[in-house]
Every structure is written in C-alpha cells, then in structure tokens.
Design a protein around this ligand. Structure first.
Ligand code: HGY
Ligand code: MN
Ligand code: MN
Length: 409
C-alpha cells in the first residue's frame, strides 16, 4: 500500500540547511552543543516545524521533545527521531537527518492525506552527543529509565555547569514524566559516520547492533618543576605520564585488533608552559568494540598500565567513568524490515554494526528498534566537512517512510 509514495528531497535538504545555519561555523559545519543558546534556537526552529505540520508537541522533564501525529486508533506510537545537538566541530547531518527526515515523512503523509492506523511520533532527544555533558545519549537514556532525572540534572559539564541549570536556563524542561515510555517500535535514520557503505558501494545500511562504548577520564597530579634544572630521576611529570598513556592506548588497540578502537580526544595539561614540568594532566580515553569481552580486556589492560606508570613516575591518579554501554543488538525483525524496505525501493543494502552511539540503542531497551544508515562521503563525521549526497539522504528517508508505514498499519 502507498508503494509509489516518495519524500520530497529538496524540502528535506532545505530544512537540513536551515537548521545548519544555527551555530554555523565560519568554515562550514555547525556547533550546537547541548543546552546552549544555539541548542535553544535549534529546538525553537524544529518545534515550530512540528506545529506547522500539525503535530501535537510535548516535552518531558529532560527536554526530550515529541511531535505526535494521531492515527485512526489510539495506542503506543511508532516513533522515529534522533538528536539536534552537535559536537563542537559538527556537520549538519549527524542526528539532524533523523529528526528532519522524520518530519519530511510526516509532511509527505500530510500531502497524501494518509492517516495511519497507529499514531506516529517524531522525537528529538536531549544531549545525544555527550560532548559537553557525559554520558552520551543522556536524554534518551533518561527517557527509557536508564538514568534518573536527578542524576542527569546533577551532571556537571566540561564547563562546570550542571545539566539541570542549563536545561532551566534555556527553558527546555517540560511537563511529561520520564522513565516509563510507551512506544510500539522505533526506527532512526542516520548517517553512517564511517567509510563502510561508501567503500562497499552500498546505499543503505540495515543496522544490526551498536558497539560497546567505554569513556574514561584520568586526572594525573605530579610536581611542577624547572625544565632545565630538574634531573630526570627527580621528576614527577604528569604531562609525560598522560602522553605515555595516550601512546599506550594506540599500542593496546593495535594489539587487540579487530573492531577495537581507542581515542584520546580531550587533553588538558597544566601549567602548559615551555619551561615547566607539568604537575597536572586531565584527559579522556574512548574505547569501543563490538565484542564486550575484548572491550573489558582493553579497559583492564589500560587500568593496569596506569597503575604501574603512577608507581614509576610518583604521580597521583584520579579516574572517572564518563560512559559505559555494552553492545546493543537490534531486533532481528526490525532489521529485516529495513533490509526489505531498501530492496523494495531498489536500493543496495547491507547489514552492519554501528561504530557510533545512537539514541536508538536506548530505545532498544523498551521496544523493537533498528536503524537505517546512509553513506558518509570519505567516511567523515564529527568534522565540518561531514557530507552525504542528496540522493542518499533521499534514499534513506524513503526507506524510513516505507518502514514507518509498514509498522503503523
Ligand atoms: O560518541 C558517539 O558515538 C555519539 O556521537 N554520541
Ligand atoms: Mn548522531
Ligand atoms: Mn555524533
């Protein structure tokens, strides 16, 4: 039914580009960190579009926003969506495609005068990126009951402000309660953010699972000293220890091999002066693997390395876990639906894991869930040059249309 229905590519691209203007960076790309003024403006724009499309808009205490389209019957909606917050050097597609692709599906159904049996809902979740406030996927994690609202609101960000204060400052917290969602099924369209689809010459990814994620923060304390007069045997060099740990992470990842990845992304050294042995270093380690036992092995080896290093260098170590999510398998039936919809539309499709975390991995705790990937040019993302070809944006959103219609009938 409605097999000939297709979305409007240009309308989708116009919305992506319009939203990308909020937080636009001089050289291209976008910075809309969670719960900033730019996030508030982005929320306002998308909520305005939701109202224009006739959706019933609500938000919950975590600032997650839902645009509901009633069906001919009541009951739990078929939901789609993603996030509109970005990293500091983000593109205009990461997350935004999942939200605006959902709105494009709604507008296409409105134009065709189609009312589905089940209600449809397009959502965006607060702070998916976790770049300002860890963990990532925080909003959807609270939504499904995986983190208390209190703990989320108390979370301090990298700029020493709390989630609660920032939610309140931009007026994003709504009335709807969190933790007990009622969703029939969830499907999210997202850019792959890696090179697999492009290298395989495939248009659609039917995502089978999300890999495990481990985010840790280490704070090393040594003794600042004169870079010229202090003999090496007397140094307690926090900067050296931090850099040695970063080098260890790369060796560890190469040794484990397979899907193992490791990143030292945030790195801060004090007093950060050419002629002073550093007495403080604070840095993050992001480890991921599709195989949870190998991810645990990586974490254990890193911990043992840091303990030996602290002993040898005579430094103090503080450690925080910023995020820890096991790999999440998606519902096989939902993966089948994505694959079948792509094939019915004549698109090449392959099954694959997700290297990035997504809100879908949280919705998978409460309802059948899967994801639709579209190619990232040069596999680039979290980078101002993030790009997906218009025909691929269109293909992924047509697959979303098809899967949502199947689920809602
Ligand atoms: O880090 C991630 O995987 C996602 O972008 N939050
Ligand atoms: Mn994303
Ligand atoms: Mn991202």
């Amino acid at each position: 039914m409605h097999d000939a229905l297709r979305i409007n590519r240009q309308r989708l691209i116009n919305r992506l580009e319009r939203l990308g203007e909020i937080g636009a960076l001089p050289g291209g790309g976008c910075c809309r960190l969670a719960l900033t003024e730019e996030d508030r403006q982005g929320r306002e724009l998308v909520i305005g579009w939701m109202h224009e499309l006739g959706l019933q808009v609500s938000s919950d205490a975590m600032g997650n926003v839902f645009g509901l389209r009633p069906g001919t019957e009541d009951g739990p909606p078929v939901m789609t969506g993603s996030h509109i917050d970005t990293v500091r050097t983000g593109g205009i597609y990461d997350g935004n495609l999942g939200v605006l692709g959902g709105l494009e599906v709604i507008e296409t159904l409105n134009e065709a005068g189609i009312v589905t049996r089940r209600p449809l809902c397009v959502a965006f979740f607060t702070n998916e990126e976790g770049a300002r406030f860890a963990p990532d996927m925080m909003g959807s994690l609270v939504y499904v009951g995986g983190m208390s609202l209190e703990d989320a609101r108390a979370t301090q960000g990298i700029d020493d402000q709390s989630v609660g204060d920032c939610l309140d400052a931009i007026g994003a917290g709504g009335e709807a309660p969190v933790g007990k969602p009622d969703v029939h099924a969830f499907v999210e369209v997202h850019i792959e953010q890696g090179p697999v689809l492009e290298e395989s010459g495939i248009t659609i990814g039917a995502v089978e699972k999300v890999q495990g994620i481990s985010w840790q923060e280490f704070s090393f304390t040594g003794i600042s000293n004169h870079a010229g007069t202090t003999p090496m045997r007397l140094r307690h060099d926090a900067g050296h220890a931090a850099m040695a740990t970063g080098a260890f992470v790369r060796d560890l990842v190469n040794r484990i091999g397979g899907d193992q990845v490791g990143t030292v992304g945030a790195f801060d050294i004090k007093p950060n002066l050419v002629n002073v042995v550093a007495n403080h270093a604070r840095f993050t380690v992001d480890l991921r693997n599709t195989d949870n036992s190998r991810l645990k092995q990586a974490e254990q080896e890193l911990q043992a390395f840091v303990e030996r290093l602290a002993e040898r260098e005579g430094i103090e170590v503080e450690h925080r876990t910023l995020a820890r999510f096991d790999p999440v398998p998606f519902d096989p039936g939902m993966v089948d639906r994505v694959e079948a919809a792509a094939q019915a539309l004549g698109h090449s499709v392959m099954r694959m894991p997700s290297g990035a975390g997504h809100d879908a991995q949280m919705l998978a705790r409460v309802c059948p869930t899967s994801m639709i990937f579209v190619p990232s040019v040069d596999g680039v993302s979290h980078n101002i040059n993030e790009f997906t070809a218009p025909e691929d944006l269109e293909a992924g959103t047509n697959v979303l249309l098809r899967v949502l219609l199947d689920l809602a009938e």
